[in-house]
Design a protein around this ligand. Structure first.
Ligand code: ATP
Length: 237
């Protein structure tokens, strides 16, 4: 039996008020792949992620997740279907401890106890285990991003959406976070990653797309996209 794509967008448009910012894009994210959606500031990448996880409505077009047509489904239903986001800016609770931040995600899609969730997460992110009773706001930026990822992983999503993982972080910690993402993908999770910094993402992605001004300019395997990313995102990316 053929496995349906994790995500399929067909002629998807979205916008804010009367301003359309995503102009009828088609995109297929194969199940089990690491897919990087690249593009400059304001290209429409975050808006596309928000449509996929139900935080923002599509204006027109079709959205399929795991082969199911889900246009109009609420963010709660999409989350219960196994989609989880690590949003831009992380969205952790700074006044709660690491362990409490993880507990917040225990809305029991999996029926795991808090202890089981901690065990699962700390095995993958040992530094968080060492800091389980530390207030999240006092972690370094990289550790906070790790916590945001760990919290998402605690729900065992089929599809993980990650928005600007590397934003504001030092290169060393970005490498560590990308390694963690790579190991999630190696374990079979589909990862759709939005990034402005193409080079790091292309180094681990199976597929990538370049989005500019609300349109997909190119899609392919990383080796096929070097010229396009250099042209649209610059050599420093
Ligand atoms: P960035 O890396 O800056 O987040 P992006 O590619 O993710 O860029 P989006 O955040 O999707 O782009 O923004 C696409 C366009 O939509 C931009 O012109 C942005 O100003 C606009 N936009 C985003 N959010 C809103 C909003 N809540 N209200 C109005 N316009 C918005």
């Amino acid at each position: 039996m053929t496995v349906p794509p994790a995500v399929e967008l067909i002629g998807l448009t979205a916008g804010y008020g009367r301003i359309e910012v995503v102009h009828g894009i088609d995109l297929v994210v194969p199940a089990g792949s690491m897919f990087a959606l690249l593009g400059p500031n304001g290209a429409g990448k975050t808006t596309t992620l928000k449509v996929i996880d139900g935080r923002h409505p599509a204006t027109s077009g079709c959205l399929h997740i795991g082969g199911h047509h889900i246009n109009g489904a609420g963010a709660d239903a999409i989350a219960r279907a196994g989609v989880c986001s690590v949003p831009e800016g992380r969205g952790i609770f700074p006044n709660l401890t690491v362990a409490e931040n993880l507990r917040v995600m225990n809305y029991s899609r999996l029926g795991l106890t808090d202890a089981e969730i901690r065990e699962r997460v700390f095995a993958r992110f040992p530094i968080l285990g060492q800091r389980h009773s530390q207030t999240a706001g006092t972690l370094s930026g990289g550790q906070q991003q790790m916590l945001a990822m760990a919290r998402a992983v605690a729900t065992d999503p089929a599809l993980l959406l990650v928005d600007e993982l590397s934003m504001g972080l030092a290169p060393l910690i970005v490498t560590e976070l990308y390694d963690a993402l790579g190991s999630l993908a190696a374990d079979g999770m589909t990862v759709l990653l939005v990034e402005q910094f193409a080079r790091t993402a292309l180094a681990i992605a199976d597929y990538a797309a370049v989005m500019v001004h609300g349109e997909i300019q190119a899609v392919g395997q990383p080796a096929d996209l070097q010229d396009v990313t250099d042209a649209y995102l610059g050599v420093a990316s």
